[in-house]
Ligand binder design. Structure first.
Ligand code: KG4
Ligand code: ZN
Length: 332
């Protein structure tokens, strides 16, 4: 079964053709990064309009690269939420139109469930139960996955998402947008132990807090204008990574997980990837770290999730709407 999947929840216009939930026939991602860079962040109105311009050529490219025509597609999927409503609507409306025109089912997908599935696309044999650290621009979740489709929420951020902290600190330091890659690049030349920034909620449960860290960086730089930006970036990154790794490790041990996975845009961060692998190795657990392209927003993860969802729930009614606040379906 071949699914055409569309992802337009934020500022990436993406389409993919995925076979049987695991074989990626094509995956095209057109980033609007440069369009938003001069504003220092995603401008929702600009993102929505750009999706309208980009979606048709991106879908055509995905179909072309997969060597597929309409008759080869058995369902069309799109991200229903969470995300920016003006962006979501473009992908959802287009997917419904393709489904209707081609006479195939439409499948609405939760963007977060997509990120959770990304690791399994590249390694279908990840040993379950797995603890998945999902860190993106909008979310920071620690999830226990017993089987595909069964998720238990272990912890989440109580304020800023990890990616949001990277973006805000990068903006404050004048490093540009998107902040994560900019901080990682600046940090490479700095000393991660230069400044002892706070590790929020370090010893308490599995929840995260990053807004105190962001404030600490701002306060420190205002007090020490002579501080090297590389040292500030490296020390900030170290504080974020410390907490993410420590909590993931503890959650995996407490839950008796057999493996550890990461996902979401922040999972593209080099030091985080390296330390998650080292920690898992030291604890005798398997670690699976998706390629960077599979961590950031893409439609292949949406196509893989759609395949599971179609088998579990059947098609999504065309009357169902995009939902900017869509929640992950969790176990009690
Ligand atoms: O998953 P994603 O592409 O979009 C959302 O669903 O939010 O994640 C984007 C986030 C941004 O906050 C970006 O700064 C962050 O991921 N990010 C990184 C890196 N690459 C992207 N954060 C840290 N290090 C990176 N290398
Ligand atoms: Zn995302």
């Amino acid at each position: 079964m071949r699914i055409l999947a569309i992802e337009t929840s934020c500022d990436e216009t993406a389409a993919a053709v995925v076979e049987d939930g695991r074989t990626v026939k094509s995956s095209v991602v057109s980033s609007q990064g440069e369009l938003h860079a001069r504003f220092g962040g995603v401008v929702p109105e600009v993102a929505g309009r750009a999706h309208v311009d980009l979606l048709t050529p991106v879908v055509a490219e995905a179909m072309d690269r997969a060597d597929a025509t309409a008759g080869d597609i058995h369902a069309v999927a799109a991200t229903m939420g969470p995300g920016l409503i003006g962006s979501l609507l473009v992908g959802v409306s287009a997917a419904k139109a393709y489904a209707l025109a081609w006479g195939v089912p439409f499948v609405g997908v939760n963007h977060l469930e997509g990120h959770l599935h990304a690791a399994f696309l590249e390694d279908p044999d990840i040993a379950l139960p797995a603890v998945v650290l999902l860190v993106s621009g909008g979310h920071t979740l620690l999830i226990l996955m017993r089987e595909p489709g069964r998720y238990r929420l272990l912890g989440q951020t109580i304020d800023d998402a990890a990616g949001e902290a990277f973006d805000k600190v990068a903006r404050f330091l004048g490093l540009g947008y998107p902040g994560g890659p900019a901080i990682e690049k600046a940090a490479a030349a700095g000393d991660p132990r230069a400044i002892p920034f706070p590790r929020g909620l370090r010893h308490e449960g599995y929840n995260f807090s990053f807004s105190g860290l962001k404030t600490a960086v701002i306060t420190y730089v205002r007090k020490h204008p002579e501080a090297a930006t590389a040292d500030v970036a490296a020390s900030f990154q170290e504080a974020v990574v410390d907490v993410l790794v420590e909590k993931t490790r503890r959650a995996a041990a407490d839950a008796g997980a057999r493996s550890v996975c990461i996902g979401g845009g922040v999972a593209a961060n080099g030091p985080l990837r390296e330390r998650i692998v080292n920690a898992a190795q030291a604890d005798g657990r398997a670690a699976f770290i998706p390629t960077r392209a599979m961590c950031t927003d893409n439609a292949a993860m949406v196509g893989a999730t759609a395949w599971y969802r179609l088998r579990l729930d059947g098609p999504t009614p065309l009357a169902a709407g995009a939902n900017p606040n869509l929640r992950l379906p969790l176990e009690a």
